[in-house]
Design a protein around this ligand. Structure first.
Ligand code: FES
Length: 98
């Protein structure tokens, strides 16, 4: 089920942390593309929005592992992938499917 998450896209290169349906997520606009993922590092569960964007990945602030925004793939062998969610924009509003 698609749920409205934001009234507009975040600014390019920033991450918006929010809670939808009891789940902590973040939405980001990176190189003109929208992404949505769980705001929890699969390694030790710190919020990924404390980190930064680099290339097409989010880099965790604690140990520096990175996770691909599109696929959720982890840069570190043995570390789970980040959970990602479908996202779309309609009439400027941002919808996600969690
Ligand atoms: S807690 Fe995120 S890389 Fe270790």
């Amino acid at each position: 089920m698609w749920i409205k998450a934001l009234d507009q896209a975040p600014k390019e290169g920033t991450m918006a942390a929010l809670e939808v349906e009891g789940r902590k997520i973040f939405v980001t606009l990176n190189n003109g593309q929208l992404y949505c993922a769980e705001n929890r590092c699969p390694h030790e569960e710190i919020e990924l929005t404390l980190g930064c964007l680099k290339g097409n990945s989010v880099v965790c602030s604690l140990h520096g592992f990175s996770f691909d925004l599109a696929t959720g793939n982890s840069s570190e062998e043995g570390v789970d992938n980040m959970l990602t969610f479908p996202i779309k924009q309609k009439n400027n509003k941002i919808y996600i499917e969690v």
